[in-house]
Write a protein that binds this ligand. Sequence first.
Ligand code: F3S
Length: 650
Amino acid sequence: MGKNLTRKILEAHLAKPSDMKPGEEIYVKVDQTLTHDINAVMTYLAFEAIGIDRTQVETSVSYLDHNLLYLDNKTPDDHIYLQSVAKRFGVHVSRPGNGICHAVHVARFGAPGKLSMGGDSHTPHGGSIGMLCIGVGGMDVATAMTGVPMRLKMPEIIRVNLKGHLKPGCNAKEVILEMLRRVGIKGGLGKVFEYVGEGAAGLEVAERATITNMGAEMGATTSIFPGDEQVQKFMRAQGREAEYVEMLPDEDAEYDGEIEIDLSQLEPLIACPHQPDNVVPLKEVEKKKVQQVFIGSCTNASYSDIAKVALVMQGHHVNENVSCTCAVSSKQVYKQLLKDGYLEMLVDAGVRILEIACGPCCAIGQSPATKGVAVRTSNRNFKGRAGNPTAEIYLVSPESAAATAILGTFASAEDILGEDVAKLAEIHEPETYPVDDSMIIKPLPEEEAQNVEIVRGPNIQPLPVPEPFTDHLCVPISLKTVYNITTDDITPASAEFSSMRSNIPLMSKYCYHRYDPEFSERAKKMGQSIIIGGENYGQGSSREHAAINPMYLGVRAVIAKSIARIHKGNLLNHGIIPMVFEDPADYDKLEMGDELEIQDLLNQMKTKRVEVIDKTKGIAFGVCLELSDNELEVISCGGQLRYLKKQLGK
Ligand code: F3S
């Protein structure tokens, strides 16, 4: 049998021979790394602490794109640090205003067949060009930059056969919402979704990116489309055709599972609060009064997305009860939309054009009103994701968002355009993008780079490093959470909190702030403690602060029913033991404040099963360490930094 595309790329990057059986640990060489401003300070502080002189991968890029709202000195200080540390270590910088990391990376750096790791959960966006892109924690990016092979659990590869073509008024967003409706937020765990078929071949790179980007919402390792003629056309439009290589699965490729979607049967869909898999047909959802519409984010702010919004808006005006904003994905897309008159159409319709950045997607501005209904084209609708936990967030396509902004309640493009909706099918990505890399700072030659001074503002505090474990742990439960806790629950997004990310002593005061405002003080008073979690603990954003802050507050282990992939890696990296209940029913027996004891911890850990005694309740229960031998070594050392230094020292 032939090989699928994912297997071909992984095989080409294997650092150690492997059978590549699903679930087995494999080691791969990484070609490219990506970071962005609100997670990256910790990554580069870790890279400095490791003590390597220069990034060892082909291309490392640091994007300044998330928090461009300089509320005080903290964020500009971070940006100056990031720019200087990038210069010092041979990393490209994409300056504020150049665009959202994933959109720029695909356009200016990515290429079919490459393997990248990015400190952002939506890194799989790059799968749109036949590249294997995996979201990881910031410490993992620092590790990848040292050139050491990266550990990866060999995923199952699922063939997603797309048939037919999308109807006008339907967007690639409908495809990924349909996937979420079918498989749910945990349905992608340990899997790669590989999109093939005539329907896939008909989708442009920008449409493919919407799908691979939001594969993160299913917990997938990544998602990928073939490196085919669509990719060649895109790279030609970017003036980079020379970097194109065809990357296709074999015709008789073997897969571990199959899903089929007939694109022509899809109708506009909507993800209702507070999970992205809470998907229903848009026409069936209860018509609510909408207070806010946001069109933008890495998911749905391409040229064709925004041009279609403009066509829906043409001759109409944003409803008087709706606040409608739009943030375009990159400078080149912005320039093209400006040139083609689409931005003017939006302004005429009463849309407020925002800065080219992530912005509202991660609550950096444009929070909805109290109990406001917000309709967004972004990828996450968790409670509080927009900066206001009382708001309800609904996710839709740009076409539906535009119609909703006009009518003031959930609507599709067809509700506005009627039969004229067919004209939306005439919009395509440009034949040539107005390429301008003046906002990308290239790395200095190695000798020159060594003399660069790294600039650190007062808010940039050293990366805390956890102590290694001792043999006996007897600590209380500092928090018992419900199911589906997100990293937004642990470390809230927003301009205010994002600007604290380089100062852990400060930021940790707000750990679980919106979920349990007393957690931080309580955990600190306890000295050391354990958190109890439900299913899918730590889903959502890759932000490693959701591990660093609890670690700083003395949390030594998380015992949960299940733990999301990236967060589990972050816990490991930062010295918190990720443990899973052997019998999920034990979750119900535990309460906050219970004293838990683990005897002979280090030896028990080696067996990957640990007996925990609840001294308060007088019961004992088992927990599993779903870790590889290598991961076990990392956690036994007290985290990735200590482990890596030990390895590099060897
Ligand atoms: Fe930025 Fe939101 Fe994407 S924060 S990287 S636009 S998910």
